[in-house]
Ligand binder design. Structure first.
Ligand SMILES: C[S@@+](CC[C@H](N)C(=O)[O-])C[C@H]1O[C@@H](n2cnc3c(N)ncnc32)[C@H](O)[C@@H]1O
Length: 232
C-alpha cells in the first residue's frame, strides 16, 4: 500500500533534510512515516487534538517500524511547542480548512521558524494572515490529487517573497508568476464558473454580489495574463 499521495508528497518535498518537524493534526501519521523513511527529519512530533486518530497513528507507526522515531502528542494546535520549550524548524498544518488553520496560527510563537500549510479551502484568509504578520513566502505550489487542486505554501520569518499586490493575495506571488501553469488555469476556470453560478442566484445589489464581482474581475485579469504566458 502506498501511503504517500501527490498532496502529501508535495508537502514532504518542502521539508529539507535534517529539519525538526511538527505535524499538527497528523491523523493517520502518513506524512511523519514518509519523512522518517525518506531520512528527511532528525526529529518529528506528530500531534492530534483527538485520541482516536492518535491511536490509529500509533498503530501505523508500529506497522511501519518507525514508532521510535516519532513522538505522538495529544494537543490542540501549537501552544504545546512554546510550553515544552521545543524549537521547530517546520510546522506542518495540512488537511484542515483555512478557519481552523487560522485558529491554530493565533498561537504562532518564536519557537517555530517555518510553516508548511495545505488548506482544504481557499487560502485567501491565510495569505491575509501572512501579510499582516509580515511573514515571507519561501515557496508555494499547486498540486492535483484525486481531481482536487491544492495550494501548498511554506512560509518563514526571514526571507522569501512578500505579499504586495491584490493578485499576490488572491493567487500567490510565486504561483501566479510561474510560466505555463496549467493547474493555475484549471483552478481559475473552475472558480470563475463557481462564482458565475453563485452570482446568478443572488440579487445584484447585495454585498456578496459585489464581492463576487470583484473576485471575478481579478480572475479574468489573471486568466488574460495566463493566456499571454502560454508558450506553444
Ligand atoms: C483530515 S485530517 C488531516 C490529516 C493530515 N494532516 C493530512 O493532511 O492528510 C485532520 C486532522 O486534524 C485534527 N485536528 C483538527 N483540529 C486540530 C487542532 N486544533 N489541533 C490538532 N489537531 C487538529 C483532526 O482531529 C484530524 O485528525
Amino acid at each position: 500500500m502506498s501511503i504517500i499521495t501527490p498532496r502529501l508528497l508535495a508537502i514532504a518535498n518542502m521539508i529539507f533534510d535534517g529539519e525538526i518537524v511538527a505535524d499538527i493534526g497528523t491523523d493517520h501519521a502518513y506524512l511523519p512515516i514518509y519523512l522518517v523513511k525518506a531520512g528527511k527529519a532528525t526529529k518529528i512530533y506528530a500531534t492530534d487534538i483527538a485520541k482516536e486518530p492518535l491511536s490509529i497513528a500509533k498503530t501505523n507507526l508500529m506497522n511501519f517500524n518507525v514508532i521510535d522515531d516519532v513522538e505522538l502528542i495529544l494537543a490542540d494546535g501549537i501552544k504545546w511547542i512554546k510550553q515544552k520549550n521545543i524549537k521547530i524548524s517546520s510546522c506542518i498544518i495540512a488537511g484542515m480548512g483555512s478557519s481552523s488553520i487560522l485558529n491554530i496560527l493565533k498561537n504562532d510563537n518564536e519557537n517555530i521558524d517555518c510553516y508548511v500549510i495545505c488548506s482544504t479551502t481557499d487560502l485567501l484568509l491565510i495569505r491575509k494572515w501572512i501579510k499582516q504578520n509580515k511573514y515571507f513566502i519561501e515557496t508555494e505550489t499547486l498540486v492535483i490529487d484525486n481531481e482536487i487542486i491544492y495550494e501548498i505554501i511554506k512560509i518563514n520569518k526571514f526571507a522569501g517573497y512578500k505579499i504586495k499586490t491584490k493578485l499576490d493575495l488572491f493567487f500567490g506571488p510565486i504561483i501566479r508568476r510561474k510560466e505555463n501553469n496549467d493547474l493555475l488555469r484549471q483552478n481559475l476556470y473552475k472558480e470563475e464558473q463557481k462564482i458565475t453560478t453563485l452570482m446568478n442566484e443572488i440579487p445584484k445589489k447585495t454585498k456578496n454580489y459585489k464581492q463576487f464581482l470583484k473576485r471575478k474581475k481579478l480572475i479574468n485579469k489573471m486568466l488574460k495574463k495566463e493566456k499571454k504566458n502560454v508558450k506553444t
